[in-house]
Design a protein around this ligand. Structure first.
Ligand SMILES: Nc1nc2c(ncn2[C@@H]2O[C@H](COP(=O)(O)OP(=O)(O)OP(=O)(O)O)[C@@H](O)[C@H]2O)c(=O)[nH]1
Length: 448
């Protein structure tokens, strides 16, 4: 179920919650009113019918007493003519025989009792009322029937009235119509009010639900708008506060991740730098030099250019360490690194291979120039005087020079020849430069 459907369901429930009590109250009120009205009107019509019957009874008492049939006929006719709602009027004598009739009445002899009898039908009211003796004045006491009746204490006769109820039914229908119209109107008002009540809850709820959904989908800028929060203001504020907290937490996390990434990158760069740069001298390490030397050897072979390599080794460096300490030894190494950097060209690749061994690769440089450069370095190093605790440290350096031969497969061969020349320099008394001979020609192949 999506959000819109859910909101509609909540709206309907709230609508019913607000409208149902109103509907029930309206229904009970309408039914009560109608019933009350029906009873009141019926009672009024009954009273009216009974009053008319009593009036006729009083008027007809003498005629009954005198058994004057003509008078009785006139009386019933006149009575019926006086009221358009009378469907029938009848007079019965004490012997329960009909004395006068106008219109239509339907009764049984059992209904002629000594008290009023009212029968309410669907369309009519029938009233049967006895005619009493006291309704006749004293002077009128004569006649055989009247005398007999008086003697027996029985009624002088009965009047019967039948009243038309169709007018009442019309009134009732009209009343129902009004009640229905009022109920519909009240219902419409209740429906509108219920809708507004439900909307006052569902609209803010829908807005806040939408905001929560967007936050859940990662939109941390989503906020419940003040004018759309309505009566759910505290909930909207709570959601906004939660979104603020989540956004701030996320920003902190992102910052931490960014910081950690930068730190990792810095450490990686530093590690790479340590691998490629010798900390003591600032020169390239063996690893960095190897990469550069391989490239230079390939280039020299490709273009047929000369490539020279000088290997330096400090003389009696162990003795410097032993007599002045390791820290002074380090200073001597760093100082020699500076000499190399100052005396050789920028295009030359200079590195500390390890310990007190240094190397310089010189592109487009023939053996004479390389030897000259090695001599220059040796001479400058010899003149360096490092002062330490009143003693000056004397440094000499030996060097082996080799030139790349077209038969050299890689720089390691070149280095090996320079190393051999360096060994010769050491063997020859140190503080000197020895140039390596080109590699020996391969022995001639067998003659065919
Ligand atoms: N201070 C310092 N000494 C180092 C470093 N690396 C190597 N050494 C020392 O350099 C010395 C090299 O000694 P050896 O290989 O005998 O060479 P040497 O004393 O120079 O003798 P020759 O090369 O034959 O003249 C050793 O005592 C190593 O401990 C370093 O980074 N700093």
């Amino acid at each position: 179920m999506n959000l819109a459907q859910q909101n509609r369901r909540i709206a309907w429930r709230l609508w019913w919650a607000a409208a149902l009590p109103a509907l029930l109250v309206l229904l009970v009120l309408a039914l009560g009113l109608v019933e009350r009205h029906r009873r009141d009107v019926t009672a009024a019509w009954q009273q009216r019918a009974v009053a008319s019957a009593h009036q006729l009874a009083a008027s007809s008492a003498f005629a009954l007493f005198a058994d004057n049939r003509e008078a009785m006929e006139r009386l019933v006719e006149a009575t019926r003519a006086s009221d358009a709602q009378l469907l029938g009027v009848a007079l019965y004598g004490p012997d329960q025989r009909l004395r006068g009739l106008s219109g239509l009445v339907r009764i049984t002899p059992a209904m002629l009792t000594d008290h009023d009898l009212v029968t309410v039908g669907a369309d009519d009211i029938v009233v049967v009322a006895p005619v009493r003796q006291h309704m006749v004045t004293g002077d009128d006491w004569f006649g055989p029937v009247g005398e007999a009746a008086v003697a027996a204490g029985a009624p002088l006769g009965h009047v019967v009235l039948r009243l038309d109820l169709s007018g009442l039914q019309r009134d009732r229908r009209a009343f129902w119509g009004w009640a229905l119209a009022l109920a519909v109107l009240a219902l419409a008002v209740a429906a509108v009010l219920a809708y507004r009540i439900a909307a006052s809850v569902t609209q803010p709820l829908a807005h806040i639900s939408d905001v929560v959904l967007r936050i859940g989908q990662g939109d941390l800028t989503a906020r419940a708008q003040p004018r759309r929060r309505g009566i759910l203001e505290p909930l909207g504020e709570g959601v906004n506060a939660m979104a603020d907290a989540v956004a701030s937490h996320q920003a902190q996390l992102e910052q931490r991740v960014q910081d950690a990434t930068q730190e990792l990158r810095r450490q990686k760069d530093e590690a790479e730098r340590l691998v490629r740069v010798d900390l003591l001298t600032g020169l390239a390490t063996r690893r960095a030099f190897t990469e550069q030397a391989q490239a230079e050897v390939l280039r020299a072979h490709r273009y047929g250019e000369p490539l020279a390599l000088i290997m330096f080794d400090l003389d009696h460096f162990k003795a410097i360490n032993d007599s002045h300490g390791h820290a002074v030894g380090d200073m001597v190494l760093a100082g020699f690194g500076r000499v190399l950097a100052a005396e050789l060209r920028q295009v030359d690749a200079i590195a500390r291979l390890g310990g007190e061994e240094f190397v310089a690769l010189m592109p487009r440089c023939d053996v004479a120039a390389a030897r000259q450069a090695a001599e220059r370095v040796r001479a400058v190093a010899e003149q360096q005087r490092l002062q330490h605790h009143g003693h000056s440290v004397v440094l000499t350096v030996s060097a082996g020079v080799a030139l790349l031969d077209p038969r050299d497969a890689g720089w390691e061969t070149l280095l090996a020849r320079a190393d051999a020349a360096l060994y010769e320099a050491k063997r020859g008394g140190r503080n000197r430069v020895v140039v390596a001979l080109p590699p020996a020609a391969p022995p001639p192949g067998p003659r065919v």
